[in-house]
Design a protein around this ligand. Structure first.
Ligand code: 5AD
Ligand code: SF4
Length: 475
């Protein structure tokens, strides 16, 4: 009996969309009778959910596959899911011949059938269609089952209110194995129609498609009933959300979710500056459960480069949005993404990015060296800036941002902030919390305190670091 048990191991690379996709993939497999295990060695099926946003991310999966190649002799099967699968398709079989399953991010609905086919005969299967040409699946499973995600246990959550028609457009499954028992992700929009010159996402995730706001709201209500207090709305361009039923704008959807009884925090990521309206700021301002944080990737501070990147806004338009955010009554934390070394970026362009960091005063910057990606418009441009120069710009920018953050975080000194408890660092005897602004606030609590993960407690900030805060619980 035990020999026939179907087991799988899944490792996830990349963004929160991938993390959440993995929760859905895990749920799908468990509903098909598989058991998730925490190590490659224990698994019959080894899956990687991959990211191809930069070359380094893409290479990671091939390294992993090479590391475990010899385990194929033990009868293990290997599968590649996600963006690299979508991008490379059957070419993966040539590069890693021990892989037998390639399934792109728009094809997860096909996984049960693909796995059944693999069980029936030794073969190689690839599904990378970006259209929703797949049959949906259904099966019965208990609504709450323990699962494991990269070593952490998770809970299989059954959401029954999904609209069949939209499970056709997005990969929404009845079964999601949620790793975090308090913070629940909900994908509200998939894909991207923006085609920024450097970005592979429109090719790996396909056209933009939104769910209806009724369905999103139904899922949020079910999650709140199950005890989730923080909801994170996800989308490559979350604020390009367009309710086909025409019932709610993105800002109205934010407010509706924030008002669901039991929901204490709502976050959304990632926003595109072009579609970022004042109404989003007004919604945050008027609704305390909407977290006071906006992640608004700028990519460059130079209008010339923004044009070359096909970002659809210039520096002034970006700064106008920042001024809306700054004029809110609540202090809203702003974070961003930056690319250095895009083809043609001069020292003057780079300096404009540096001056933008000063002007905005970000609470966090994710900065990357430009990496040429297949299929993208920029692949035709010469990647002439040497890697050493990209590294120099990156290091300089991060150093500057560190100083900005060090100064900015000072304002929190002495403040009382509410945190959601995320766990405990036993070595340091500190609890780990997260503020509404998405900052890490580690804190001490009186001896013997047994704080529950997922609980909310007030903390007074006593020390600030460039990337985190330290405090003590207010009793
Ligand atoms: N090279 C470097 N960084 C990239 N990003 C997207 N594509 C590339 C690329 N080709 C960065 C952008 C984006 C973040 C998720 O990744 O800054 O906002
Ligand atoms: Fe990529 Fe641009 Fe779409 Fe963002 S908006 S996913 S950077 S193409």
């Amino acid at each position: 009996m035990a020999a026939q048990e179907k087991t799988f191991y899944l490792e996830t690379f990349g963004c929160q969309m991938n993390v959440h996709d993995s929760e859905k993939v895990v749920g799908t497999l468990i509903s098909q009778g598989y058991r998730q295990v925490p190590t490659v060695q224990e698994a019959g099926l080894v899956l990687y959910n991959t990211c191809s946003i930069r070359d380094k991310a893409e290479q990671k999966v091939f390294h992993r596959l090479a590391d475990y190649k010899k385990l194929q002799a033990q009868g293990k099967r290997f599968g590649v899911l996600g963006c690299v699968a979508q991008q490379e398709g059957e070419k993966i079989f040539e590069r890693a011949p021990h892989v037998s399953l390639v399934c792109g991010s728009a094809s997860y609905r096909n996984l049960p059938q693909m796995l059944a086919q693999l069980d029936a005969a030794d073969q190689k299967l690839a599904h990378t269609g970006l259209s929703s040409d797949a049959a949906s699946f259904s099966s019965a499973a208990p609504s709450l089952v323990p699962a494991i995600s990269q070593g952490k246990s998770s809970t299989l959550v059954r959401i029954t209110g999904l609209d069949d028609r939209e499970t056709d457009k997005c990969f929404e499954t009845e079964f999601t194995a949620r790793t975090n028992p308090h913070r629940g992700y909900i994908t509200i929009i998939e894909g991207c129609d923006k085609f920024c010159a450097y970005c592979v996402v429109p090719f790996t995730r396909g056209k933009e498609r939104s769910r209806t706001s009724d369905s999103v709201l139904a899922e949020a209500r079910e999650m709140a009933n199950l005890g989730y207090t923080e909801i994170q709305l996800l989308g490559q361009n979350v604020n390009s959300y367009h309710d086909l039923a025409g019932k709610r704008t993105f800002a109205e959807l934010l407010i509706a979710i924030a008002e669901v009884p039991g929901v204490r925090r709502v976050r959304f990521t990632t926003s595109h500056p072009r579609d970022f309206g004042k109404d989003i700021v007004e919604a945050i301002d008027s609704t305390p459960t909407l977290c006071d944080h906006v992640h608004l990737p700028v990519q460059s501070g130079s209008s010339r480069l923004l044009d070359a990147m096909q970002r659809l806004y210039n520096r002034d338009q970006y700064l106008e949005r920042i001024s809306w955010i700054k004029s809110a009554r609540r202090e809203i934390s702003i974070t961003t993404d930056v690319i250095v070394g895009f083809p043609g970026e001069t020292e003057a362009d780079f300096e404009e990015t540096l001056s933008l960091l000063d002007e905005v005063g970000y609470d966090g910057v994710f900065a990357f060296k430009y990496s040429p990606r297949p299929n993208t418009p920029a692949i035709k441009l010469e990647d002439a800036i040497p890697d050493s120069e990209k590294s120099r710009r990156l290091a300089f920018l991060l150093e500057k941002q560190r100083a900005i953050q060090r100064a900015r975080y000072q304002k929190h000194l002495g403040q009382h902030l509410e945190v959601m408890v995320e766990g405990k660092n036993e070595m340091r005897k500190q609890w780990v919390g997260r503020t509404s602004q998405n900052k890490t606030l580690n804190f001490t609590a009186p001896d013997g305190s047994d704080l529950e993960s997922g609980g909310y407690v007030p903390v007074r900030v006593i020390t600030v670091f460039p990337n985190s805060l330290l405090g003590e619980m207010v009793v």
